[in-house]
Design a protein around this ligand. Structure first.
Ligand SMILES: [Zn+2]
Length: 418
């Protein structure tokens, strides 16, 4: 009788369980494959010529358009600012400033490439704006400042961070004590996100990264991980999400330029362009947490569009963000800061967010410790580029389509020509 029951359990419970485990393990062990999406977003227009193949091409296009604007409107300033580098003598942030042609009331700032490699799509949105929205009428009471490639090194060499491994969106100071910030949670996840060896994408730990990560999440809890990730850290210079130990050269270059240009204006709207976060193909409006009154003003400015305030139950602090830095340069003005994020890997899902972080871990690991083979290097770098600059033409057209929807409504509202 007992034997019979045992056999039954074995046959009907354990065996299927074993099969499920094997299937699941096989599925998640597919680990670090090529990213492959079959996009089918509804698009009518073709924006593909806005998307550049390289940093140099993007910069040339931006300069050409700036020169045309210089010939069209009064007092347009455009110039490159060289960023100090040990590896490359031709890395520039390019500025194009078109002052208000009448009263200086509103200033619109559009910035791209704060996270270098995200500059491709940021560039496309800047070009879209310059080609479609500028006019005598638009510029009547409104000036426009475009900052092209805040992190040109990352843009050119396909990294999110700067040459010093610094995340510019954690390095931009609103207060001088930024770099003393301690991120206690980071220490707990340090080993998981910073493996100290060469990258071998086919290794067991990479094949089973998801199992390992989920085990860490179980130990450290999701809020701790999220804090470690979102806040950034100022301690480990080789580590992921490093915010630096002082301002990057870009900050010192941009501080006087932005301060001076902002000076005459009363209201400033800043749109900082990013990719990689959120649902694939979706334009997310993703501001930092802020005071209730500011929040209401921003909500009415973007009325009609969904704003992603994050999970308000889980409070987290973000330090060193670029729009915060720009706002702090003009503390007594009406300020509308907004991050625009174009989603690529469905990072709102657990699998998507683990995939995203796995790509970032391997990319930084390879940078710090090297790759086991050329193939590993190509694989990891290819995935990083795809994560921040999808090849899919359908994706590209769709995000520009949504950008037009937002610009069409919000820009006239901001400049009072609704
Ligand atoms: Zn970004």
């Amino acid at each position: 009788m007992i034997m019979k029951t045992l056999t039954k359990i074995l046959k009907y419970v354990l065996l299927p369980l074993l099969i499920i485990i094997v299937v699941v393990l096989f599925y998640i062990s597919i680990g670090f494959g090529k990213l492959d999406f079959k996009d089918d977003f509804p698009v009518t227009e073709d924006y593909s010529e806005l998307f550049p193949e390289s940093y140099e091409i993007a910069r040339d296009d931006f300069r050409t358009l700036s020169a045309e604007l210089h010939a069209t409107y009064e007092n347009v300033q455009y110039y490159p600012m060289w960023v100090a580098s040990e590896k490359d003598t031709d890395l520039t942030i390019d500025i194009c400033y078109i002052p208000a042609q009448g009263d200086s009331l509103n200033l619109l700032i559009l910035s791209s490439g704060v996270h270098g490699v995200e500059g491709y799509v940021g560039h496309a949105a800047q070009q879209l704006f310059l080609e479609n929205y500028l006019s005598e009428e638009f510029l009547q009471n409104t000036g426009v400042l475009l900052i092209h490639a805040v992190n040109p090194y990352g843009f050119k060499y396909t990294r999110r961070v700067t040459e010093n491994n610094v995340d510019m969106n954690r390095n931009s100071p609103s207060t001088p004590d930024l770099y003393d910030t301690r991120n206690e949670g980071y220490t707990q996840v340090y080993d998981l996100i910073n493996p100290q060896k060469r990258v071998r994408t086919g290794s067991l730990e990479n094949r089973f990264f998801f199992v390992k990560a989920i085990n860490e999440i179980r130990k450290a809890s999701l809020p701790v991980l999220r804090q470690a990730v979102l806040q950034g850290q100022y301690t480990y210079a080789e580590g992921l999400y490093f915010g630096g130990q002082g301002p990057e050269p870009q900050i010192e270059l941009l501080r006087p330029v932005i301060s001076e240009i902002s000076l005459p204006y009363e209201r400033i709207m800043m749109l900082d362009l990013h990719t990689g976060y959120g649902e694939r193909g979706k334009l997310h409006l993703f501001p930092n947490p802020m005071e209730d009154e500011e929040r209401r003003k921003l909500e009415s400015m973007f009325d009609g569009f969904e704003i992603d305030w994050g999970d308000t139950d889980d409070f987290y602090t973000v330090t060193g963000d670029f729009v915060g830095f720009v706002g702090a340069l003009s503390p007594h003005k009406e300020y509308y800061p907004m991050l625009i994020e174009y989603g690529t890997l469905n990072s709102q899902t657990t699998m998507g967010s683990l995939k995203s972080i796995h790509i970032m871990i391997l990319e930084n690991q390879g940078q710090q410790h090297g790759f086991a083979s050329k193939k590993d290097s190509l694989r990891v770098k290819g995935n990083l580029r795809e994560m921040y600059y999808p090849e899919s033409e359908n994706w590209r057209n769709y995000v520009m389509h949504q950008t037009r929807d937002v610009f069409d409504v919000v820009l006239p509202r901001f400049i009072g020509q609704e």
